[in-house]
Design a protein around this ligand. Structure first.
Ligand SMILES: N[C@@H](CCC(=O)N[C@@H](CS)C(=O)NCC(=O)O)C(=O)O
Length: 212
C-alpha cells in the first residue's frame, strides 16, 4: 500500500490526496504534526532531508515535492494534456503556483489559521504576503475569463495544484469576493468526479487521530 506522509490541513499534501482520490488509488495517510516538529525527526529526515511533507513511499523509494508526486501518479492519465504545448502550459502554471501562490497564501494562512498568530505580531510580513497573493489571484482571475480550466478545456494537474491554496485564501485573510472567475472555477473543480474536500483543523479537533 502506498504511504502518504502529510499534514491534513496542508495544501501541498491535499494536492496528492485529491489526485489519488480522483485516480481511485488507495493509500495510507500518515499525519505528521508540523507544529510539534514531526518532520524534523531523524526517521523523517531519512525520507526527506528537506524536512517537508508531502512525501510518498512507493516502489521502495521516498518521493518528495508535491508537484513531483503529482507527476509521478498523473503522468499517463487523463489529468495531463495531449499536446506538447499544453503540457508546457500546465507546467508553467504549476511553477507559478510554487512561486506566487503557495508561498504567499500558504505562509499567511499558516500564521493566521494554523498557528493562530495575532495579525499585529506579523504586520509587515502579512501585508507583503497578502499583497503578493492578491496580485497572483488577479492574474489567475484574468486567465480564467473565458476558460473553464487553467489549460485548454480540460481539468489537469495545474488545476489540482492551484486549487489547493486558492480555495483557502480566506484563511489567509484574503477575500475571494472580487474574483468571480476564480470562484466559478473553484466550483467546477468541486464538481469533478472523485473530488474530496481538504481536512481542516476543525475536522481534526472533532475526530482526534489514531496513534500511528
Ligand atoms: N515545494 C514543496 C513545499 C513543501 C512544504 O513547504 N511543506 C510544508 C507544509 S505545507 C512543510 O512540510 N513544513 C514543515 C516545516 O516547516 O517544519 C512541495 O510542493 O511539496
Amino acid at each position: 500500500m502506498i504511504k502518504l506522509y502529510g499534514y491534513y490541513p496542508s495544501g501541498n499534501s491535499y494536492k496528492i490526496e485529491l489526485l489519488l482520490s480522483q485516480l481511485g488509488i488507495a493509500y495510507d495517510f500518515i499525519h505528521l504534526d508540523l507544529l510539534k516538529g514531526e518532520t524534523r525527526t531523524k526517521a523523517f529526515l531519512e525520507k526527506n532531508p528537506n524536512a517537508r511533507i508531502p512525501v510518498v513511499a512507493v516502489e521502495g523509494e521516498y518521493l518528495a515535492e508535491s508537484h513531483a508526486i503529482l507527476w509521478y501518479f498523473g503522468e499517463n492519465t487523463r489529468f495531463v494534456p495531449d499536446s506538447q504545448m499544453e503540457r508546457g502550459k500546465m507546467l508553467q502554471w504549476m511553477c507559478f503556483e510554487q512561486y506566487h501562490v503557495e508561498p504567499n497564501i500558504g505562509t499567511a494562512r499558516y500564521h493566521l489559521t494554523i498557528r493562530g498568530t495575532a495579525p499585529e505580531n506579523i504586520g509587515l510580513m502579512l501585508q507583503e504576503r497578502q499583497k503578493d497573493a492578491r496580485r497572483a489571484l488577479n492574474i489567475l482571475n484574468k486567465h480564467l475569463d473565458g476558460r473553464p480550466y487553467m489549460v485548454s478545456k480540460r481539468y489537469t494537474l495545474a488545476d489540482i495544484s492551484l486549487f489547493a491554496y486558492t480555495h483557502v485564501a480566506e484563511e489567509a485573510g484574503i477575500s475571494l469576493a472580487p474574483y468571480g472567475q476564480i470562484r466559478a472555477w473553484l466550483d467546477r473543480i468541486r464538481a469533478q468526479p472523485g473530488f474530496i474536500p481538504m481536512t481542516t483543523l476543525q475536522d481534526l479537533e472533532k475526530q482526534p487521530l489514531a496513534e500511528v
